[in-house]
Write a protein that binds this ligand. Sequence first.
Ligand code: FES
Length: 58
Amino acid sequence: MMDRDEVVCNCMGVTAGEIIDAINSGAGTIEEIQEATGAGTVCGGCISDIEELLKNRE
Ligand code: FES
C-alpha cells in the first residue's frame, strides 16, 4: 500500500491519501477519481498508479 502522503499525480499535486479518500467516498472509476480530485487529468502518467489504488481498495 502506498503511503498516504505520497504524491501520485505530480501534475495536480494529488496524494495517494486524497485518491483513497475519493475512492472511499464512492469514486469507482478513473473518470470519477479525475472528477473528484483532478488527478490524472493532465499528462495521464499517473493513471496506472490510480488504477493500482482502485484495484487495491477494500
Ligand atoms: S502526473 Fe497525473 S496527470 Fe500528470
